[in-house]
Design a protein around this ligand. Structure first.
Ligand SMILES: Nc1ncnc2c1ncn2[C@@H]1O[C@H](COP(=O)(O)OP(=O)(O)OP(=O)(O)O)[C@@H](O)[C@H]1O
Length: 261
């Protein structure tokens, strides 16, 4: 039996999006998006506020039903085979609502048991995850009493417990201190190096340029550019390219009343 892993060009993408669209009343939030996220990539999704990133990721992960379009994860259709597809994914949604009357340890344990894992494996992984995310001391604290950054980290632990093949993280570094952010980046890089795929949405261009190997720029519900970070940014920094693609730099002259001298 040949057990070798197929080269990435012949493997289905970790995430494939075709003709995805969503409208809220008159507002077109996502407008016919096509995107392929190669297996094994560290993929950044960037765009201005209201660009459609969260709506796209919610539809891609089976949380929000699309008006049109298909999404598949490692070749499995997310909306036709939701149970199989969701087993492959770990998700850190934006504005996540957690069962915050559980302690951090209980919450991550619960996430593992919900995924059908046995108790002993869950207990081992919970210990490892809490240590890696510097939450061991706060394992017994209720999540409702966690800071915003700690809440992000415990939600990330819950997304990682079942060792998914695709990790989708909406703004994972928001409110996270620099040391914890560096630890999280190390965990994510190790995960990618061992064959996992990460999709991360962020507003921090510098971070995406340093951390990701691929990027898509989304604005007005459309993909303006997508590819490797070097392809997309060319000779510019990603931030300069982003401003060029998206525009929208405003003059501050209109706020003259804000000047104090
Ligand atoms: N449930 C909803 N009902 C109505 N409009 C919505 C809803 N969710 C999103 N929208 C609208 O869809 C558009 C895209 O929103 P989305 O949250 O996907 O953007 P985003 O790129 O994630 O923005 P941000 O970077 O600010 O988080 C926005 O105009 C938003 O107001």
């Amino acid at each position: 039996m040949n057990t070798s892993i197929a080269p990435s060009e012949t493997r289905p993408p970790a995430l494939s999006i075709r003709g995805l669209a969503k409208r809220f009343g008159e507002k077109v939030a996502v407008d016919n998006i096509n995107l392929d996220v190669p297996a094994g990539s560290f993929y950044g999704l960037v765009g201005p506020n209201g660009a459609g990133k969260t709506t796209t990721l919610s539809m891609a992960t089976g949380l929000l039903r699309p008006d049109f379009g298909q999404v598949s994860v490692h070749g499995l259709d997310v909306w036709a085979q939701p149970l199989e597809a969701k087993k492959l994914m770990g998700l850190l949604p934006d504005g996540v609502r957690l069962f915050d009357r559980l302690s951090g340890e209980q919450l991550v344990t619960y996430a593992g048991l919900l995924r059908g894992m046995d108790k002993d494996t869950v207990a081992l992984r919970v210990k490892d995850l809490l240590a890696a995310l510097d939450l061991t001391r706060d394992a017994g604290t209720l999540v409702v009493d966690y800071s915003a950054g700690m809440t992000k980290k415990i939600a990330l632990a819950a997304a990682l417990i079942h060792a998914p093949r695709l990790l989708v993280l909406d703004e994972p570094f928001e409110s996270v201190d620099p040391v914890s952010a560096a630890n999280i980046r190390d965990i994510l890089h190790d995960y990618v190096n061992s064959g996992g795929t990460v999709i991360v949405s962020s507003h921090v261009m510098d971070l995406v340029q340093r951390m990701c190997d691929h990027v898509a720029v989304i604005a007005g519900g459309k993909v303006l550019a997508a590819g490797t970070v070097d392809e997309v940014r060319g000779e510019m920094s990603l931030e300069e390219k982003f401003v060029e693609l998206v525009g929208g730099r405003n003059q501050t002259a209109g706020l003259s009343w804000l000047r104090t001298s």
